[in-house]
Design a protein around this ligand. Structure first.
Ligand code: HEC
Length: 194
């Protein structure tokens, strides 16, 4: 074999550290982008839900959570190319809301931090892992119960009229009741290649 010309040899040497040095943390810009998309999901959904609760009451707003929440997440996923969804500590939508292994771990961290006094507004958890050979950011933003969530996620006596019946029809395996304000309800979760 012919020896590599000196310039190519030098380039090959340079490429080694570049290739072996995979990104192990998200940059501040990547974290900001991720937080912004999470914030957009939560803000859009909460706006639509509040509007509908005023106009149609809780039982009439179940469709907002059922159809509009996944639509917003899908729209953002299309725009960014990231995986975006909401998961629950106890789940209502078994297909969309069940946490996978890393999401389950994330919920555990968020719950522990919430219990030790972390502020709900800023509570998040993230890690960079290698997925299909690429560094991938796993990010979870806590969703904490507020008083208005109780109408559809509270104990049986606190559910708004008509809600329990409608939930039984739409979500026969619903586990997402019996919550109190201030508890961790779930998280917005994002996976994105870096
Ligand atoms: C009008 C009833 C209603 C209200 C009010 C409501 N939710 Fe829900 N919530 C639902 C329904 C229905 C689903 C299932 C949505 C789906 O099919 O994806 C759901 C699902 C969720 C999920 C996704 C995980 C899962 O269990 O499927 C989270 C997280 C969540 N709600 C948090 C909240 C929070 C926080 C509030 C208060 C700010 C709230 N919800 C208020 C009805 C409601």
């Amino acid at each position: 074999m012919r020896p590599l010309p000196p310039l190519m040899a030098a380039l090959a040497l340079l490429a080694v550290p570049l290739l072996s040095h995979a990104q192990t943390a998200a940059t501040p810009e990547q974290m900001q982008e991720t937080r912004a998309v999470t914030g957009e999901l939560l803000k859009t959904l909460s706006g639509k839900l509040q509007q509908s609760m005023k106009a149609n009451g809780p039982a009439g707003s179940i469709t907002v959570c059922k159809t509009i929440a996944p639509q917003i997440a899908l729209g953002l996923a299309d725009r960014t190319g990231w995986k975006i969804t909401r998961v629950g500590t106890r789940v209502r939508n078994v297909d969309l809301g069940t946490p996978n292994v890393w999401q389950h771990k994330a919920l555990g961290h968020l719950n522990a931090d919430l219990k030790s006094g972390a502020k709900p507004e800023t509570l998040e958890w993230s890690e960079v892992v290698t997925e299909n050979g690429k560094p991938t950011l796993h990010y979870a933003k806590a969703i904490v119960l507020q008083p208005q969530c109780i109408a559809c996620h509270g104990t049986a006596s606190k559910l708004a009229p008509g809600v329990a019946d409608k939930l039984k029809l739409d979500y026969p395996h619903d586990q997402a009741i019996d919550y109190e304000p201030g508890q961790l309800r779930g998280a917005v979760v994002i996976s994105r290649p870096l």
